[in-house]
Design a protein around this ligand. Structure first.
Ligand code: ZN
Length: 458
């Protein structure tokens, strides 16, 4: 058994849900539309067409950068990434090379607990950069031909690159889920992996201990980037497969990483394997150069400060969780569940606000929603609160309270009581009705009947 450590870095691409594309006025809402119905000379890559950057996409990328704790450099620019492929008729993709919109951030994730009762420690994942580029066209492979749909071409695409900080697939899953959650909270993308709105490309290699005479010396296995991943589950499976494959390869060949070299492998979900796509890939291969049609951006201090102000107005999940625990008295588990989505959190907060007049504690409301004691799927917050308030007063109506209320009814109705005692038993129904009025229907009629009959014996 080889002594080894897994090293994983992640590149995540997210399509922004701006109404128009990155560099042209075409609609960016292309999902499910007829192929090539959202195109123009710019996104078809026709010669001479000039790109005009989408302001909203730039603002949103900066917003995401700030949400991930990044610095916003004063100067940023677009570059041409040159490569030839049918999904890119211009022969280059407009991307960002050495001056991205945001750099040096981090995201805190929870480590998997070592045992069910152990606390989950925080792990910091460093974010190297967040940059903006254009999506490419979509290739649709048929039996006899490959077709190209340009509807996706030019849709704003944000790339979030981490440092190689992950050491397990569980951490990768945690990170992806948390990133998706933040993006959805910001409202800049639906980040649905199945729809291709969020795609991830893990880069995986291992640090292995050499065998034999050089035992104790650690070396790295060749770097592999995995593509074609469209769900959290596939990400885990593909990385797990790749770890095993690299381990076996190293045992057999002892091959080590060569600096700068990266192999690209695709994930085949049917075969449950990664397969070789490209053997060599370096930044120099793309011959990046500055996009001559778009001047560099220079932000003023005020502009950066305004963006920071903008992000402070949005309460992100971590801040929300802390507030729920500190101010609303929730448990951490409850707070995590109720902040899963922005909608869920807003629903809960509405309930808490409405529940104040009925003296319903946030914790009671949280428990009722989480344990499905009330149907939060179909009921509005005010219906939920009415239901909980009624239940609460029903519970507070103890049997001794009920007995007191029944005695009150008997004292208030001397005539019906005398009639009952004189043999007119149907009058009992009237007395039950009077008790129901006093208790607002919160006591079971059978219980009321039994107590009444018992009391009327005297
Ligand atoms: Zn267009």
């Amino acid at each position: 058994m080889i002594n080894f450590k897994t090293i994983i870095g992640l590149e995540v691409h997210v399509e922004l849900k701006t109404s128009s594309k990155m560099f042209c006025p075409c609609s960016a809402e292309y999902f499910g539309t007829e192929p090539n119905s959202h195109t123009c000379p710019v996104c078809l890559g026709l010669p001479g067409a000039l790109p005009v950057p989408n302001q909203k996409a730039i603002e949103w990328t900066i917003l995401l950068g700030l949400a991930l704790g990044c610095q916003i450099p004063e100067i940023s620019k677009f570059d041409r990434k040159n490569y030839f492929y049918p999904d890119l008729p211009k022969g280059y993709q407009i991307s960002q090379y050495d001056m991205p919109l945001a750099i040096n951030g981090s995201l805190v994730i929870k480590e998997i607990a070592t045992s069910p009762s152990a606390p989950r420690n925080d792990k910091i994942v460093r974010i190297r950069r967040v940059h903006l580029e254009e999506d490419t066209a979509k290739l649709i492979h048929g039996e006899n031909a490959t077709l190209i749909d340009f509807n996706r071409s030019g849709v704003p695409l944000v790339e979030i690159v981490t440092e190689p900080d992950f050491t397990s697939t569980e951490q990768v899953k945690e990170y992806l889920q948390k990133l998706q959650q933040i993006i959805r909270y910001l409202g800049i993308s639906d980040a649905d992996m199945e729809k291709g709105q969020m795609r991830c490309e893990p880069t995986v290699n291992l640090e292995c201990e050499k065998a034999g005479e050089q035992e104790g010396e650690m070396v790295y296995t060749p770097l592999v980037e995995i593509k074609n991943i469209n769900s959290f589950k596939f990400a885990q499976k593909a990385i797990d497969y790749e770890i095993q494959r690299q381990l076996e390869e190293f045992e057999k060949t002892g091959q080590e990483k060569q600096s700068g070299n990266k192999t690209t492998r695709g994930w085949d979900e049917v075969k449950q394997k990664t397969f070789l796509q490209r053997t060599k890939e370096e930044a120099e291969d793309y011959r990046y150069f500055p996009e001559p049609d778009i001047p560099p951006f220079q932000w003023t201090e005020t502009e950066i400060r305004n963006s920071k102000f903008e992000i402070q107005k949005i309460e992100l999940p971590d801040t929300k969780i802390k507030r729920y625990i500190k101010e609303l008295g929730l448990t951490e588990t409850n707070a995590i569940i109720l902040t899963e989505t922005k909608e869920k959190a807003e629903y809960f907060e509405k309930c808490v606000k409405l529940g104040q007049s009925d003296r319903l504690e946030p914790l009671e409301i949280a428990n009722a929603i989480i344990n499905k004691k009330v149907d939060s799927e179909t009921l509005d917050p005010d219906q939920i609160i009415k239901l909980l308030a009624t239940k609460k007063s029903a519970i507070s109506l103890t049997e001794s309270n009920l007995k007191k209320m029944i005695e009150q009814v008997l004292a208030d109705n001397p005539k019906p009581v005398a009639d009952y005692k004189g043999g007119k038993t149907p009058v009992l129904e009237y007395l039950i009705g009077q008790v129901a009025r006093l208790t607002k229907g919160q006591a079971g009629p059978n219980l009321v009947r039994n107590i009444l009959v018992e009391k009327l014996k005297n």
